[in-house]
Design a binder for this molecule. Structure first.
Ligand SMILES: NC(=O)c1ccc[n+]([C@@H]2O[C@H](COP(=O)([O-])OP(=O)(O)OC[C@H]3O[C@@H](n4cnc5c(N)ncnc54)[C@H](OP(=O)(O)O)[C@@H]3O)[C@@H](O)[C@H]2O)c1
Length: 301
């Protein structure tokens, strides 16, 4: 079997490569068929997924069985300013990959986000795959368009929405808070936005299980349980012995201090209903997955 990972240097791409190399993770072994797979891991500048001619030629030459798209413009605030870059990576890129996958009969596993939802508080009910997207940021808008192109242009697709993702490499919220929390000082963190922290290890394992199944469609795949950014930070500081003083703030207070920041959903907790109905939902409670992340080495660099 031949796998192509795009955006392979990002935090999810690195975790996928690690599991394909090691054959297992904390959740168990990866599928037998993938243990000796040929893995082509590419990122910018080798393969720009927004370059249609390049993508089509690359996929035609390599003939992968599965494409795992981890490439995206993930800077949520940056997307508001750099809309063209966000559009290219998050919408045009997936469209190109979907068309190329269809041409060679490959499956496409495409990763999307909870930010496709409006995030209006809805009485605390988690959003399943039947919920209607209504993005309120440029990041969410471009990611939703990417999802739509994938569904339109290829038949064998998995669109997998995740949230609040952290892994061993690259930049993420856990790394930022662990580092800021290690120094004496004062941290103010938003307490009125709630979602599901997700360990990239758990997500990657489910992506590989899906990749060898025939259960095509749209999936939610996030850590189990809901918290606010403030509660998430409190747990990060507890696990890392952080010394900074932590206080909650509202989104309005944060926005006042950070003009130009993107609007984020107040409630974007997802329910992994389709996973439960197909390959099984083995996502760990977010506190357990976070504790295990630090217990097994935390950040790589
Ligand atoms: N991070 C989160 O909290 C979060 C939450 C929900 C969903 N997601 C989704 O999960 C997926 C993986 O996210 P991640 O956190 O692993 O992202 P990441 O660490 O930012 O990695 C994305 C990778 O894609 C590359 N890239 C950007 N534009 C590209 C292009 N046009 N062609 C090829 N590669 C390109 C980036 O390169 P450069 O670094 O050089 O730009 C980077 O190496 C994405 O689809 C993201 O939207 C993430």
């Amino acid at each position: 079997m031949k796998l192509l990972i795009t955006g392979a240097n990002g935090q999810l791409g690195c975790e996928l490569q690690r599991q394909l190399r090691e054959g297992a993770c904390a959740l168990g072994p990866i599928p037998e068929r993938l243990k000796n797979a040929t893995v082509l891991a590419v990122d910018l500048p080798v393969l720009d997924i927004a370059d249609r001619a390049e993508v089509v030629a690359f996929v035609r030459r390599q003939q992968p069985d599965v494409i795992l798209n981890c490439a995206a413009y993930t800077n949520v605030d940056g997307c508001e300013v750099h809309r063209e870059d966000a559009f290219r990576a998050n919408a045009i890129g997936p469209a190109n990959l979907a068309q190329a996958a269809e041409k060679v009969g490959a499956r496409l596993v495409h990763v999307s986000t909870d930010y496709v939802f409006s995030g209006q508080e809805n009485g605390g009910i988690s959003l399943d795959e039947a919920a209607r997207p209504a993005p309120q940021s440029a990041y969410g808008e471009t990611k939703l368009l990417g999802e739509e192109y994938v569904r339109q242009f290829c038949r064998r697709y998995f669109v997998v929405r995740t949230a609040w993702l952290y892994g061993r490499t690259g930049k993420n919220f856990v790394r930022t808070m662990a580092s800021l929390g290690a120094k004496p000082g004062h941290l103010e963190v938003v307490d009125d936005q709630r979602g599901n922290p997700t360990n990239a290890e758990d997500l990657a394992w489910h992506l590989l299980q899906l990749a060898v199944s025939h259960n095509y469609g749209v999936y939610h795949c996030t850590g189990t349980g809901v918290c606010s950014w403030y509660e998430f930070t409190r747990e990060i500081l507890r696990l890392t012995g952080g010394v900074a003083e932590l206080t909650p703030c509202t989104s309005a207070e944060y926005a006042q201090k950070h003009p130009g920041s993107a609007r984020r959903p107040a409630w974007s907790a997802l329910e992994n209903r389709m996973l439960a109905c197909t390959i099984g939902d083995h996502m760990r409670p977010w506190q357990e997955a976070l504790a295990d992340f630090f217990a097994t080495g935390g950040f790589e660099n």
